[in-house]
Ligand binder design. Structure first.
Ligand code: FAD
Length: 613
């Protein structure tokens, strides 16, 4: 009997030249496919080694191999005299994560992701499965950057130093200004603009242009443009590739994958200094000691969870859950900030856009990708086309980003997307039905600076417990979040009246949101109802361990990334940002890690001079 998943064909009728050609083709495919996302490119796993040692002591322990963790590990392990351990709960990325065009397929991957739900609330997320919104983070080497949408969007520059760091880690000549830093710039992050010309892209540009937007060459400022993507030669170039591949063979660097950090250990309640972490490897518990510093880069949800479980958080809250209080810190888990997005769908009726996606297209796409790393799987279609706009009092600073997706007739990816977003089944069915006849454009209208803040709370007193994530969407006192989203949605909906959209027959689709059926389609009440029900948090989150000046008692982290009142415990990723920033967070996560590495070098190396000072 053949093994499960193996299809057997009788190829005996193939003979002679045809058989030879077929074998050459199959061999070529096998030869090329094995190089996609090969695990050999990552440093080897040391977790088994940790299990064998009686005592495990490292100078620096970093928790979480996401964008920030990988960048930090890279810079700290440059110092031969330091030992650096990077701990990751997940595994090496699967080969398919390397294929850019498959990016939507990881939305519901349970092996590569942490899947969370937002606590139920009748005021929002009613259009989603179980009337609840969902959120995910990467659980693999490279973290969320290994499964995300690959946009590389910097946060706002807050001065020369930030810009210098960005340019020092980005490998893109156009962005390069600080040549004088060449000696220490490693330019690990490869960025490409891979946009393909198409009627749809041109129509969108023209439509936005006709309502007053222009091409935005300054990325992430008002206008439309094509994002830089973390792609190199047709493959996703996530932060694990960028920052960990160069560490292969560095003898002072250790990567422990499939290793779960369950708690932070302090010296003792009186001497509040980070001592190390408790981890589980293959169900075996272990203590790992950090001689110099312990740095959390496990993302905004798990960083907060780790502090709370280790007794660092609001005192009353911890006592109620019988968690011994190590430090009363009211801000832990309190300032959770999300990007809130609303999907909007247009059906396109132009005959020249009646493009269906057939089995032959799929075979062609697969072949082109496997053999040449080209074709539709080597890019993200029109998803790199982004428009930034402002609906509030600061007309030059965007508070809205609009991302775009295009689906041919009968496109399999639309189902993957809608199910990944976990939309209610009735809505999914309505959209799929429309896609049987029409090509579809999906706009993701995303609020970048939300005023409402949520919370991360514990449901259990052990790490395996699912946290209680409170969204509190649309609860800001002046209702600014709701106003911003409804106004942006109306602006985007009006694109259907522009000549370029009329030419391609673009019409808003009535997807029949169950709670909004009583309102006239597109009326003011309908739009409000649509936003209320359809808004969902994207995975760009921040603020659960907010950074603030020393005098700010509600802040958790000091300007130098150290947790207040705890020596040698640092947090370095979007957890510390008051909001996730103007775009997505990979760029700022990596930038902050390089910044912290300089702070640590200045602290621990006598007379160290940072090139960024
Ligand atoms: C679907 C999707 C699309 C996105 N698209 C974009 C985009 O196009 N551009 C962009 O810039 N951003 C995007 N983002 C967001 C972005 O990828 C993340 O915000 C960013 O990668 C966060 O990096 P990080 O280092 O802070 O954390 P993470 O990437 O979350 O990394 C944290 C790592 O720590 C590990 N970890 C967590 N807890 C533990 C523990 N207890 N023990 C051991 N290890 C642990 C995790 O497994 C993970 O690997 C997207 C996110 C998603 C989900």
């Amino acid at each position: 009997m053949p093994a499960v998943g193996v299809i057997t064909y009788d190829v005996t009728p193939l003979q002679g030249a045809l058989a030879n050609a077929f074998l050459i083709l199959i061999n070529a495919l096998f030869f090329h496919v094995k190089f996609i996302g090969h695990v050999n490119q990552y440093p080897e796993d040391s977790s088994e080694k940790l299990l064998r040692e009686d005592e495990n002591v490292f100078d620096f322990i970093i928790v979480g191999a996401g964008a920030a963790g990988c960048a930090l590990a890279n810079r700290l392990s440059e110092q031969d005299q330091w030992s650096v351990l990077l701990i990751e709960a997940g595994d090496y990325p699967q080969p398919s994560t390397g294929v850019p065009g498959l990016f939507p397929t990881f939305l519901d991957s349970s092996t590569d992701t942490w899947q969370y739900t937002i606590a139920k609330n009748k005021q929002y997320c009613q259009a989603y499965k179980n009337k609840q919104c969902h959120i995910l983070r990467g659980k693999l080497v490279g973290g969320t950057s290994a499964i995300n949408n690959m946009h590389y969007i910097r946060g706002l520059d807050d001065g020369n130093k930030t810009q210098m760091i960005y340019e020092c880690i980005e490998n893109h000549v156009e962005l390069d200004k600080f040549n004088n830093l060449d000696l220490m710039c490693k330019r690990e992050i490869y960025l490409e603009q891979v946009f393909q010309k198409s009627i749809v892209r041109k129509s969108m540009q023209d439509a936005y242009h006709s309502i007053g937007f222009s091409n935005n060459s300054q990325k992430s400022s008002i206008g439309y443009g094509n994002s830089y993507l973390t792609i190199r030669d047709g493959e996703r170039y996530h932060m694990g590739r960028a920052f960990l591949t160069p560490l292969k063979g560095r003898s002072n660097f250790f990567l422990a994958k499939n290793t779960l950090v369950e708690g932070i250990v302090l010296n003792d309640p009186l001497d509040k200094r980070a001592k190390g972490v408790n981890v589980t490897i293959k169900n075996i518990r272990l203590f790992l000691q950090a001689r110099k510093e312990l740095i959390l880069t496990a993302g905004p949800i798990n960083n907060a969870k780790l502090l709370l479980l280790s007794g660092i958080g609001p005192k009353e809250y911890l006592l109620k859950r019988d968690i011994p209080v190590m430090l009363n810190m009211p801000g832990v888990g309190e300032n959770l900030n999300f990007h809130l997005a609303v999907p909007l769908f247009f059906g396109l009726n132009a005959t020249q856009l009646y493009e269906d996606y057939t089995e032959t297209d799929l075979v062609q796409d697969t072949f082109d990708y496997v053999v040449y790393r080209s074709g539709n799987f080597s890019n993200v279609g029109i998803h790199d086309f982004v428009t930034f706009m402002s609906t509030d009092a600061y007309p030059n600073v965007p508070n809205i980003a609009v991302y775009h997706y295009y689906f041919k007739v009968g496109d399999r990816m639309i189902k993957t997307w809608l199910e990944g977003l976990q939309l209610n089944q009735k809505i999914v069915t309505n959209i799929l039905k429309a896609n049987e006849q029409q090509t579809i454009l999906m706009f993701l209208v995303t609020l970048l600076r939300t005023k409402s803040v949520g919370q991360i709370q514990l449901n259990d007193t052990h790490f395996h417990g699912i946290p209680n994530i409170v969204g509190n969407f649309f609860t800001d006192p002046d209702g600014e979040d709701f106003i911003a989203l409804t106004s942006a949605i109306s602006r985007v909906a009006n694109l259907q009246d522009t000549p370029p959209f009329e030419t391609i027959g673009a019409q808003l689709l009535d997807i029949r949101v169950p709670n909004c059926r009583n309102y006239k389609f597109c009326s003011v009440h309908y739009v409000k109802c649509y936003v209320q029900n359809m808004a969902f948090p994207t995975s760009d989150i921040s603020g659960s361990l907010r950074r603030g000046p020393e005098c700010d008692t509600s802040a958790v982290v000091k300007p130098d990334y150290e947790v207040r009142y705890i020596r040698c415990l640092r947090v370095c990723d979007s957890s510390i940002l008051p909001n996730p920033g103007l775009g997505n967070t990979v760029a700022s996560d990596a930038m902050m890690a390089i910044d912290l590495s300089e702070i640590l070098k200045k602290k621990w190396i006598k007379d160290y001079m940072s090139p960024f000072d």
